[in-house]
Write a new protein. Structure first.
Length: 201
């Protein structure tokens, strides 16, 4: 599935600002429609124990593969590769032309979404996974497209049901954005109920 998603992602990147003539676009339309028809032959459901949100993913493979912001198997995602280093989560991402906001720069909404995912993964290290309560972004510099970006995130403190996290995004050594988020611990029985409902679809 990851290879198929990579191919779709490549089409999206090239489709975004192509100068292809109408006959070439007609060929692309036919091929994409054919691919959609092939996929339509098979059930939409996928059996996994988890769902695509970093904070409460259950099975981490479900999150990493299917997250709309980080998943390798989700063609909507850039994606984001994450690793844990000494209680710090490091995310690495490369945004193509389809994610453009200001000229040559990543759209701020995608930056916020990336922080939500990476900070969500970081807060889960505190032992009380929760949902995003607040997310505050400070945009320091334009974040360049087609550049290797790094996001570092960790837990600042825990107060009762609240986990406070901080993060920063870099292009090389250049700080482009910072974030703070508060996650609220949720009832795990409710999470299990949501997961059961997803598996039943």
């Amino acid at each position: 599935m990851r290879r198929a998603a990579d191919s779709v992602r490549s089409v999206i990147d090239r489709m975004f600002a192509t100068k292809a003539p109408e006959d070439a676009l007609a060929d692309v339309t036919a091929l994409v429609s054919q691919a959609a028809a092939i996929l339509a032959r098979y059930p939409r459901s996928r059996p996994f124990e988890g769902f695509p949100e970093a904070a409460n993913a259950g099975d981490p493979h479900a999150f990493f593969d299917h997250s709309p912001f980080a998943g390798r198997a989700n063609p909507l995602a850039p994606p984001i590769e994450m690793e844990i280093k000494d209680q710090t989560v490091v995310g690495r991402v490369h945004y193509g032309a389809a994610y453009e906001g200001p000229p040559g720069s990543v759209h701020g909404g995608h930056i916020a979404a990336a922080f939500d995912e990476v900070l969500g993964m970081a807060q889960s290290l505190g032992g009380q996974p929760g949902m995003t309560g607040t997310l505050t972004i400070r945009y320091r510099k334009p974040t360049p497209l087609k550049t290797a970006l790094r996001i570092e995130a960790g837990i600042d403190r825990i107060e009762g049901r609240k986990t406070f996290t901080t993060g920063a995004m870099y292009a090389g050594d250049l700080l482009t954005a910072e974030a703070e988020a508060v996650f609220i611990r949720v009832d795990m029985a409710r999470i299990a109920e949501l997961m059961a409902g997803r598996l039943a679809e």
